[in-house]
Design a binder for this molecule. Sequence first.
Ligand code: CA2
Length: 142
Amino acid sequence: MKILVLNGPNLNMLGIREPSIYGRQDYSALVDFVKNAAQELSCEVEVRQSNHEGVLVDWIQEAYGKFDGIVINPAAYTHTSVAILDALKAAGLPTVEVHLSDIMQREEFRHISYAGMACKTTFKGLGFEGYSKALEYLMLNR
Ligand code: CA2
C-alpha cells in the first residue's frame, strides 16, 4: 500500500513558535516520525509539504492512479479551501484528515473543515501520533 502524506501551509515552521499548541519538535522530526510509522506498518509513504493551495490541489489530482490513499493535514486551508475538498472528491482516494491540535477546542473559525467532508475520518489533538493512527486506519480499511 502506497500512501501520500500531505501537509499544508506553515507546518514547515513547526517547533519554531507556538510550542504549547503544536509541540517543540520541528518539521523534519514529523517527517521522520511518519516514515518510521509507515515502516512499522509495512506501507510505503511519500511525505510532502506546501504553502500553496494550488500545489496541494495538483498533488491530490496527481495521486489518482499512483497512490492507494491520502493522509492530509491541510493546515489553515482546512477551514477555507473548497478547492482542496473538490480535488479530494475528484481523486476519489480513501483519505484521512489529521490535525496536530484539537481544532474543535480552538477558535470557532477552526471548527469547520471543508477537507474533512471528503475524508473517512479525522484524528485531531494527538500531535504526531495522529499521523500514525491515520496510516493505520488506511491500512486496516483498504
Ligand atoms: O492542528 C493542526 O494540525 C492545524 O492543521 C495546524 C494549522 C492550523 O491553521 C489549523 O487550524 C490546525 C497551523 C499549521 C502550523 O502553524 C504554525 C504556526 C506557528 C508556528 C508554527 C506552525
